[in-house]
Design a protein around this ligand. Structure first.
Ligand code: CTP
Ligand code: MG
Length: 348
């Protein structure tokens, strides 16, 4: 383990905190982003398929953490009587073209089959997938976490902004999805002493007492596509959970980069918000393509626990991601300048 760097000075910490809130204020968008498009699409879908077929927002436009210009993620819930997914996808694509959406592209062979398109009028890019119920549930889990402590949302914005500008938020080329970064943020916040966030899934299994308060009273199991999605969601009972932790947003930003630049062990450990602590890689079996079950970086999906959210990350890309964590960590240690940390990456 490489030695830790000194934290920013008091003045630099103040700048860092200001920059973090600044990025948050400038990046967030209006709450109802995507809702108008959703209801327009819903009425087309009702006509084309049936009134029983429903559309749901998920991802950042549903959990309230989308960046300006970000994509809209929609999931269509439909039963088998309408035919195989590829037939449904083609029918959707035709429907979208007829309704003057542009850049309509059906990708029926993806792990999660989707149709991509653009709404030129509102300048929105959108994806519709079929029956991805787990995504609806994990979006709700993320949203519930973000309601427990006010520092999570701005921290997620800072991390997303940094990862996009540094070009390490491109799962299609071998780096991480925003959802993977959000898991890294939640795991980090669960690991603080005292914790900023609880572990909602552990709280749902048996009575647990934290700070003298008892949680988790035999909640009913919620099975979605074969996975247990139950978690403790009585948020009323959890307001103020993080108040024993007095760290500022600026301090958390620094500690986040320190955690993934120096403390987390990529070789041996797995990020797991389901358990609230890291797991040894040796304890996991992953659903794997090509019989390959060893991955350079492992992030366990909270519900679909055999799914590694970092499975696309190869050795060279992990090196790139870690060196970006180091770059950010060094700059923050030196002068707390988060604006420099989030500067656009330029290929030479
Ligand atoms: N998702 C998933 N498994 C993945 C990637 C994504 O289940 N491996 C689902 C999650 O429900 C996630 C949603 O897809 O909330 C959208 O993922 P992503 O676009 O990565 O995250 P966003 O929060 O939408 O971020 P962005 O604003 O960058 O689009
Ligand atoms: Mg998205």
């Amino acid at each position: 383990q490489r030695p830790l760097l000194p934290p920013p000075s008091r003045d630099h910490y103040r700048d860092l905190n200001d920059h973090a809130y600044d990025i948050f204020e400038k990046s967030k968008c209006e709450e109802n982003r995507g809702r108008t498009l959703l209801s327009r699409l819903q009425s087309m879908v009702s006509k084309t398929f049936s009134h029983t077929v429903k559309l749901h927002l998920f991802g950042s436009s549903a959990n309230g953490m989308s960046l300006k210009g970000g994509d809209i993620d929609i999931c269509m819930l439909i039963d088998d009587s309408f035919g195989d997914t590829d037939i449904v996808i083609e029918k959707l694509a035709t429907m979208l073209k007829q309704n003057h959406f542009t850049k309509v592209l059906a990708i029926p062979s993806a792990r999660v089959p989707i149709v991509k398109f653009k709404d030129q009028v509102h300048n929105l890019s959108c994806d519709i997938c079929i029956n991805n119920k787990l995504a609806i549930y994990n979006t709700r889990l993320v949203e519930d976490y973000s309601c427990i402590d006010d520092r999570m949302r701005p921290l997620v914005y800072v991390v997303k902004r940094w990862a996009k500008r540094r070009k390490i938020n491109e799962p299609f080329t071998g780096t991480l999805s925003s959802y993977a970064y959000i898991n890294m943020v939640i795991s980090f916040l669960q690991s603080r002493e005292p914790p900023v966030l609880p572990c909602l899934q552990q709280l749902a299994f048996g009575a647990t007492s934290i700070n003298g308060k008892v949680y988790g009273d035999n909640l009913a199991d919620v099975t979605v596509d074969g996975y247990n999605c139950k978690y403790y969601n009585d948020l009323h009972n959890l307001t103020g959970f993080g108040k024993h932790n007095k760290e500022t947003l600026g301090e958390l930003v620094f500690a986040f980069f320190e955690y993934y630049a120096r403390r987390f062990n990529y070789v041996t450990d797995v990020v797991s918000i389901r358990t609230g602590h890291t797991l040894p890689k040796t304890s996991k079996t992953w659903e794997s393509i090509n019989k390959k079950s060893h991955y350079y970086f492992s992030i366990e999906d909270p519900f679909e626990i055999t799914h590694n959210l970092a499975r696309v990350v190869k050795r060279s890309h992990l090196t790139m991601i870690i060196s970006e964590f180091n770059r950010a960590y060094k700059i923050l240690s030196r002068n707390g300048n988060l604006h420099i940390v989030c500067r656009e990456f330029i290929h030479d």
